[in-house]
Design a protein around this ligand. Structure first.
Ligand SMILES: [Zn+2]
Length: 311
């Protein structure tokens, strides 16, 4: 398999646990809506009590306001956390943040954990996400390292399958391991809004983070699972880029199914990642999604952990 050697799952895990690791998914996002009261942060109203805050270079954050305090889905990066929380406090009807969801462990999502954890907020995440945040992680493909979070910043209310919160919030695990092995969704039933983290986006290819369990087959499973949670009228809020429709989600599901099939075929023919990139398995999607080379490489490498006979 070219000269990069084969990664078995064990080697990957060892690399992940032994190093530090990091994540730099995001190019600065297209601002979704008019600028809010905090410079640089866009605010999009989905309902009287539900807003998307767009933090350039970090992530989208979903904020539900109400009498029992604010519920946030993700908290942007540490560098932008203060500005984000200021923008949240300027939302109509905002009180203190009572609950923070981490859709997964990446720094673009967990940068407010420390300040909100210190303030006593509940931090809800899948147990796997908590575990990744208790260890240093290193990405072998670019050497980027991510330091574990201090105890107070780690999720303090973890779950394995699903849960509910007041006001019609249902959340659950996406066990397919699409982006990481700790991905969750949060569904706001009364507003019919579904937060999906980095599992889908119309703004550029994702990183298939196989170091922490994600794989391209999981992208297929997770997008299909999200289709079964959403309905035709659901607005879907990803971590990056504009709000998606149900039709967009369907398109993403079929796109990942196509790509998965092509990459699995290449793997079965004994091809390596460089050959997978050269085969242009994403060609009809590139005009929309951008340069695919890094995505294809990671997606192909992610198959080794799941499909290789010696994995
Ligand atoms: Zn991510």
């Amino acid at each position: 398999m070219e000269n990069q050697g084969r990664y078995t799952r064990r080697v990957l895990l060892k690399a992940a646990l032994g190093g530090a690791a990091g994540l730099a998914l995001a190019a600065p996002g297209r601002v979704l809506a008019a600028q809010g009261s905090v410079p640089g942060i866009g605010t999009l109203r989905l309902a009287d009590d539900l807003h998307v805050l767009t933090v350039p270079g970090a992530s989208n954050v979903l904020a539900r306001t109400g009498a029992s305090g604010v519920v946030l889905v993700d908290g942007a990066s540490a560098a932008t956390s203060a500005a984000l929380l200021k923008a949240v406090s300027a939302l109509p009807g905002a009180g203190s943040v009572q609950t923070l969801f981490n859709t997964h462990w990446h720094p673009e999502q967990t940068g407010s954990n420390e300040s909100l954890g210190k303030a006593g907020a509940a931090i809800i995440a899948h147990e796997n996400t908590r575990l990744w945040l208790t260890t240093d992680v290193k990405w072998p493909w670019n050497g980027q390292t991510f330091k574990r979070l201090p105890k107070v910043a780690q999720p303090n209310k973890t779950f394995y399958t699903s849960g509910t919160l007041d006001g019609g919030i249902r959340y659950g695990y996406l066990p397919d391991a699409g982006h990481t092995d700790g991905d969750l969704y949060v569904y706001f039933e009364p507003q019919n809004v579904l937060a999906v983290g980095d599992v889908v986006s119309l703004q550029g290819w994702p990183t298939v983070d196989y170091v922490t369990g994600g794989w391209i087959g999981g992208m297929v499973g997770a997008t299909q699972r999200l289709l079964s949670i959403a309905n035709e009228q659901t607005r879907i809020v990803p971590s990056r880029g504009p709000v998606l429709t149900y039709a967009d989600l369907k398109t993403q599901a079929s796109m990942y199914a196509t790509i998965y099939e092509r990459l699995a075929t290449l793997l079965n023919r004994g091809r390596g990642p460089g050959e997978a990139v050269a085969a242009k398995p994403t060609k009809e999607f590139d005009a929309q999604m951008g340069n695919p080379d890094e995505f294809v490489r990671r997606a192909f490498e992610s198959l080794w952990a799941y499909l290789s006979p010696d994995a």
